[in-house]
Structure formats: structure tokens, C-alpha cells
Design a protein around this ligand. Sequence first.
Ligand SMILES: [Fe+2]
Ligand SMILES: [Fe+2]
Length: 142
Amino acid sequence: MTAAAVEDSIIWSDDFMIGIKELDYEHRGLITEINELHANLRGQADQERIGDTLGRILARLHAHFALEEHVMAEGKYAHFAEHKAEHDLLIDEYTEHMFKFRSNPTPAARQALEAVLRQWIVNHILSSDKKMSLMINSDDPA
Ligand SMILES: [Fe+2]
Ligand SMILES: [Fe+2]
């Protein structure tokens, strides 16, 4: 997949599928939410509505990472610690940029916030999550 330009929506495609059904479902939901935020930011949405979407994304990220970490622990994934560290860093960076944007919603703050979500999440799914699912699924005797 080519990296999405910041002015485009992220188009869900099979490239994002990692082969673990519940995680694929959540990734798809996250991308839908990120696109909704993008539309809100580009359109005339008020700060309250944008704030709601930002909060929902944070809640979804927490829930998604908790589920994925459970899957990794169950699958005795060898790279659990480094994968979890990526999740923790993403939460930290997203939270930091979310607060910066909410206190001072400049175009630069908006771009930084969207860049964190897009590059981080898209790259994380395409590399780290895929690597994890390949290793877990290959160890699975089923
Ligand atoms: Fe994930
Ligand atoms: Fe992950």
C-alpha cells in the first residue's frame, strides 16, 4: 500500500488484513473513525464534535491494544514486550498531540495529530501486527 497523503482518507483494503478476525474487525473500525475525524477536521465540525471523536479514538485504541495484547499473551508471542512498547508509545504520542490540538487547534497541531494517527497506526498494522499474526498463526497447530 502506498502511504496515504494527509488530505486523503485511508482506504481500507485487504492489505490491512492480518488474519485474526477480531483484530481485523477492530482495525477496520479504527480506520473508519480516523477517516471520520479527518472529515470533521476538514469540514465545519465544531470543536465539541471533534473533541468527542478524539476521545472515542483514544478509547478504541486502549480497548484494541488490550485485546491484541491478550491475543499475543495467549499465543505466547516471543516479541510481546517490544510490540506492547509500540502500543504504549502510540498512546503517549496520540494523547500528547490530542491535548496540544485541543488547547491550541492550529493547522500545524492538526497536521501533527493526524500524522501520528495515520503513519503510526497504518505502519503499525502493516508491519508489527502482520508480523505478530504470521508468527502466532504459524505456531498454531490448527
Ligand atoms: Fe492492532
Ligand atoms: Fe499492535
